[in-house]
Design a protein around this ligand. Structure first.
Ligand code: ACO
Length: 331
């Protein structure tokens, strides 16, 4: 392994809607309270895209910023991977819309479906392509407009989600930096606990489905919560062990931003102080595939991630899937 070329993140960027939806706004929409939402999730507000906007609008902005942050131009990008489950349309891949808008003429582009784990799945895919020498500069984007697939009459889910996009450029880096290990997984027996029941080949929409919101996210919150608590700690421990480190070596964990109580469970399990976990879900809610790259971008701009730091990203979501990565930050 040591002799192989290493890949790492050389630029990051993010984009979120301007429109803010607060917990107090939600009090007027469903039977909930600011107090319940804060206590049970840690979320205070989330961003919601305007009518007529689409996931690619934010993916493009985040992607452009990441390319600039890497000191590159769009022509330098060899491959675009867009992690999303809320594409502009079911066909074609939204990555192709992004590719065209960025001016990356002829660059291969595809969507990746792994729910909230999608961005870290994308980093692992980019790592393999760069280390093998197939591509030099891979743009990995996580973007989702969850407001489009939220059942706004279901108080148990509608308070959780938000819209946004984040991106990273993955490229060859010096031997002592970049990605050190990944841990990807899926447990398909849990497919039914977090899904959009209708609209696919199994069950194309009927008018009854639309009336019953079966075109929107269905979630068994408690089941997902139990899975998340277990896998977040396990995946972090395993990925750190894979590269011969221990959890004490971690400078910052950038976890999927779903719920503060889920993050606190990892704090307890791993025995790390809360300051070692980056949290911004109070501002954005759960933005699915966008949550980790938005958090990475903010942590870098706030000076919480510096060159040489050992960073762990860890996500979990629909599938059920999970993905964790360890990297030594290079800029
Ligand atoms: N306001 C007030 N009360 C509410 C609300 C609300 N918004 N939502 C639910 N409740 C009530 C319930 O009706 C229930 O009342 P009851 O006891 O009278 O029946 C009570 O609060 C407890 O509800 P539970 O759902 O059992 O509470 P739980 O402790 O499981 O917390 C929560 C709910 C916060 C949703 C939690 O399950 C959770 O965070 N789950 C993980 C969610 C998640 O992160 N999913 C995304 C994963 S990633 C992806 O791919 C999208």
């Amino acid at each position: 392994m040591g002799m192989q070329k290493r890949a790492g993140i050389i630029g990051v960027g993010s984009a979120v809607p301007n429109r803010v939806l607060t917990n107090h706004d939600l009090e007027k929409m469903v039977d909930t309270t600011d107090e319940w939402i804060r206590t049970m999730t840690g979320i205070e507000e989330r961003r919601i895209a305007d009518e007529g906007e689409a996931t690619s609008d934010y993916a493009i902005r985040a992607g452009r910023k990441a390319i600039e942050s890497a000191g590159l131009s769009p022509q330098d990008i060899d491959l675009i991977i867009l992690a999303t489950f809320t594409g502009d349309t079911p066909l074609p891949a939204t990555a192709c819309i992004v590719q065209n808008a960025l001016g990356c003429k002829g660059t291969p582009a595809f969507d990746l479906a792994a729910g909230c784990s999608g961005f870290v799945y994308g980093l692992a895919t980019a790592d393999a392509f760069v280390r093998s020498g197939h591509y030099e500069h891979v743009l990995v984007i996580g973007a989702d407009l969850l407001s489009r697939v939220t059942n706004w009459t279901d108080r148990s889910t509608c308070v959780l989600f938000g819209d946004g996009a984040g991106a990273a450029v993955v490229a060859p880096v010096d031997e002592d930096g970049g990605f050190m290990a990944f841990e990807l997984g899926a447990e398909g027996s849990g497919a039914g606990v977090l899904c959009i029941p209708a609209g696919g080949s199994r069950h194309p929409y009927t008018p009854e489905d639309l009336a019953a919101h079966r075109d929107k996210i269905y979630m068994e919150g408690r089941e997902v919560f139990k899975f998340a608590v277990k896998i977040q700690g396990e995946a972090t421990e395993r990925v750190v062990a894979k590269c011969g480190l221990s959890v004490e070596d971690i400078d910052l964990v950038v976890p999927h931003q779903a719920n503060t109580r889920i993050i606190e469970s990892a704090v307890n399990r791993l025995g790390l102080p809360m300051e070692k976990f980056y949290v911004n879900l109070q501002k954005y809610g759960n933005t699915s595939a966008a949550s980790i790259p938005i958090a990475l971008d903010e942590a870098v701009s706030e000076g919480k991630i510096k060159k040489g730091d050992i960073i762990v990203t860890v996500g979990f979501g629909a599938g059920l899937t999970w993905a964790a990565g360890v990297m030594k930050w290079v800029f």
